[in-house]
Design a binder for this molecule. Structure first.
Ligand SMILES: NC(=O)c1ccc[n+]([C@@H]2O[C@H](COP(=O)([O-])OP(=O)(O)OC[C@H]3O[C@@H](n4cnc5c(N)ncnc54)[C@H](OP(=O)(O)O)[C@@H]3O)[C@@H](O)[C@H]2O)c1
Length: 247
């Protein structure tokens, strides 16, 4: 079998790096995207094809595939790991923060997925994508209004696109984690008391590990998930569906 090619966006981030490690260990060829080339070089040295682009814009997303195609590498699989966490009560959220949240979490997903499926259709290839939502898209969580709205939009995008492109044998799914230990949450988990309180909010107490989510994402991209599309898979210690037992 020829080597499978996966595109990872947000590859400089905590989850992006975990997915890259997992797929590389499985023999995948990787295309890695960040808005800053030096962040990729710092994380990966000279390994893999590295692309500097801003996938939250239409042009930036298109550039990724032009670059990949020039190198003769058509990505048939996508792990979209871009996002940010802008927390704050609705009445206090600044317009700039709202737009930054939408661009990072929903705009990037929309434009990257559009360019990905467009490229696959031109090449007449099947493929699979996995995007990243959040537990907060499913359950009301204080101060998460902006990110909940953006991630709920992402989940709608995943279901609609899965329906549209099933006929092209392109599978599209999402994962929905609770809080994970990554650079995005350093400010939320930077002392033992905060970590303890946060961990206890989960019916299965704890802080998520991006390597666990990477396992699930790799499975969704694999042929073992060949019959799975249009799904949102939670990995949140029961946070979005189970009430903890209060003693
Ligand atoms: N960590 C958590 O607790 C948690 C919980 C629920 C969901 N998530 C989701 O998990 C995914 C991965 O997050 P992470 O925890 O790995 O965070 P992270 O370490 O901050 O990585 C996110 C990456 O996204 C890229 N990015 C951010 N804003 C962008 C924008 N406007 N346009 C393009 N790229 C942008 C950044 O890469 P460059 O700056 O190098 O371009 C960054 O490295 C995100 O979708 C996040 O919403 C995380």
């Amino acid at each position: 079998m020829s080597q499978r090619i996966a595109l990872i966006t947000g590859a400089s981030g905590g989850l992006g790096q975990a997915v890259a490690r997992k797929l590389a260990a499985g023999g995948w060829s990787l295309l890695l995207v960040s808005r800053q080339a030096d962040r990729l070089a710092e994380a990966y040295g000279a390994d893999h094809l590295q692309i500097e682009a801003d996938c939250s814009t239409v042009d930036g997303a298109r550039q990724i595939f032009e670059h990949a195609n020039v190198h003769g590498r058509i990505p048939t699989h996508l792990a979209h790991c871009v996002g940010n966490i802008r927390l704050g009560a609705l009445h206090r959220m600044k317009e700039a923060d709202w737009h930054a949240c939408l661009d990072a979490n929903l705009g990037s997903a929309f434009h990257t997925l559009a360019a990905f499926v467009g490229n696959l259709r031109e090449a007449r290839l099947p493929g699979a994508a996995v995007l990243v939502s959040s537990a907060a898209a499913r359950i009301g969580t204080p101060n998460h209004e902006a990110v909940s709205a953006a991630k709920a939009g992402l989940e709608g995008l995943v279901r609609a696109a899965a329906a549209t492109y099933a006929a092209n044998a392109i599978r599209i799914n999402a994962v929905a984690p609770g809080i994970m230990d990554t650079p995005a949450t350093t400010h939320l988990l930077n002392n033992a008391a905060l970590r303890e309180v946060t961990a206890r909010q989960y019916p299965l107490p704890g802080i998520g590990d991006p390597n666990e989510l990477a396992e699930l994402m790799a499975w969704l991209l694999s042929d073992q998930a060949a019959r799975v599309t249009g799904q949102v898979w939670s990995l949140d210690g029961g946070f979005s569906t189970v009430r903890p037992l209060v003693k």
